[in-house]
Design a protein around this ligand. Structure first.
Ligand code: PLP
Length: 476
């Protein structure tokens, strides 16, 4: 078997890749034309010959790695995707090789045990009660529950499915009643609107919550929004808040929103895909104060927990709400059986589900909880250091003071100039950043995901933005 030989080729290539990225020896992004990549990789040839091993593998891998966007590059500042710890990548390898789809315990006892443990670990960070490690039957009384899903979008969808099953217990038999509606800020991640669509709640039944100019929910205006919804004969399925928002990375005031939802008996869903990781930090967990009042919370490990994609958690305060979320039956999978563990399958959209917990566990196991906390503190601290530097440049403007590791800014000039500058930096392969629309204007946006990014990198970025503007304006 050539496993050892080929995996040595792969790990050698990845080690060199990591070093090149870290030293900024290679472009952070290198967008070649798709047809030429297909050609260069020799895809059809390898499929026809079945020769992808040894030297051929090495050749292919070099070409492939050359085409990647380098998340370990210090100038990787674009999207909220982890610059992964190698331990997480090893977990992906182990999971890929063992291939234990652990949604039923018998198909992956180790992976299911790890998911169960990690869910409990996350629940306690949210201030909720962990589930006992015991026989199936007594699991959800008075304690939280959760499941790992393939991404935050699916976790958001699952949360709203659970909310609907609580509000309309016979929905799986009768279908949707016509009066379901959702309260959410317009700044919510698009997966919320998409989930509402999938659930059959039309966009006319999405009620936008009043927000300030940063997109943050204004708690005093919540009663008005609810009244408007009720006046049109609707019932709130859930109220969604962001922790933090995608574009600006700002946290909604969960405490006040939580009290409102409790008072009105509305399902309170917190989208913490990006920012829930601050719960690991003693310094920053106050940003999520009140999260314990939520009914559900989503939390992506593949964003701020250095875990490879994808690994997201859906957590609920009352475990029964998740266990009643889906009411299908598949007799070959769901049946009373004597077993020493736990089946997650009734909590998920997925049937075959990867052992996602292993990725998060192996990263945490390598870094230690303190190491993870230090990483999150560092990235949030860095944004607080970089902000005054950017905001104090006479030709730059920031729409908001950062609360997380995300900063938006723009240089003097119109919206199209910001986009042109981004394109120019990406074409050079020098910096990879994103953009966002805030309050009707286009901003450049950086998310500080990489522990190798420091203030020097951000200062160099600002200088490069300035230079790009000068070049564009002089027609270069
Ligand atoms: C990233 C993000 C999502 C989507 O999560 P995926 O894991 O990319 O599906 C949802 N909500 C917020 C606030 C996010 O930042």
């Amino acid at each position: 078997m050539s496993f050892l030989k080929d995996s040595a080729i792969v790990s050698d290539a990845l080690q060199a890749y990591f070093q090149d990225s870290l030293r900024s020896d290679k472009p952070v992004i290198n967008q070649q034309e798709m047809g030429s990549l297909i050609e260069k990789f020799g895809l059809q040839q390898h499929i026809s010959n079945g020769d992808l091993e040894g030297g051929q593998l090495k050749q292919f891998l070099d070409n492939y790695l050359d085409s990647t966007t380098r998340l370990h590059h210090p100038a990787y500042l674009a999207h909220q995707v982890a610059s992964p710890h190698y331990a997480g990548a090893l977990a992906s390898l182990v999971d890929g090789f063992t291939n234990n789809p652990m949604a039923i315990y018998e198909m992956g006892p180790g992976a299911a045990a790890i998911e169960y443990f990690m869910i409990n670990w996350l629940l306690e960070k949210a201030g909720w009660k962990a589930a006992p490690v015991g026989p199936n039957k007594s699991i959800n009384k008075d304690c939280g529950a959760g499941v790992l899903t393939h991404g935050g979008s699916l976790a958001n969808t699952t949360a709203l499915i659970a909310a609907r099953s609580r509000l309309v217990p016979d929905v799986w038999q009768q279908g949707n009643p016509p009066d379901l509606a959702l309260l959410a800020p317009a700044e919510s991640h698009y997966s919320i609107g998409r989930a509402a669509g999938i659930l059959g709640i039309g966009s006319d039944s999405l009620y936008a919550l009043a927000v300030d100019n940063r997109g943050v929910i204004i708690p005093d205006r919540l009663p008005q929004a609810l009244q408007r919804l009720r006046d049109s004969g609707k019932r709130p399925l859930a109220l969604v808040a962001n922790a933090c928002s995608t574009a600006l990375g700002i946290y909604d005031p969960l405490d006040e929103i939580g009290h409102f939802c409790r008072g009105e008996d509305i399902w309170f869903h917190v989208d913490g895909a990006h920012g829930a990781s601050a719960l690991v930090s003693k310094k920053y967990r106050h940003l999520l104060q009140g999260v314990e009042m939520a009914d559900s919370l989503i939390w992506d490990a593949h964003k701020l927990m250095r875990t490879p994609t994808v690994c997201a958690a859906l957590l609920v305060r009352d475990g029964r709400t998740l266990d009643n979320a889906f009411q299908q039956d598949a007799s070959y999978l769901f049946h009373d059986k004597l077993q020493p563990g736990f089946d997650f399958i009734h909590r998920t959209v997925e049937c075959t589900k990867a052992g996602l917990g292993l990725r998060l566990f192996m990263v945490l196991g390598a870094l230690g909880e303190k190491g993870m906390e230090d990483y999150i503190d560092r990235q949030y601290d860095l944004a607080r250091e970089a902000y005054p530097f950017i905001a104090s440049q006479a030709d730059f403007y920031c729409p908001a003071e950062p609360q997380s590791n995300i900063i938006c800014f723009r240089i003097e000039g119109d919206d199209s100039l910001q986009l042109e500058i981004r394109n120019r930096l990406m074409a050079q392969g020098s910096f990879y950043l994103s953009t966002a629309n805030v309050d009707g204007k286009r901003y450049l946006r950086i998310a500080l995901m990489n522990p190798a990014t420091d203030l020097q990198v951000i200062m160099a970025l600002i200088e490069s933005v300035r230079l790009a503007r000068a070049e564009i304006e002089s027609g270069l």
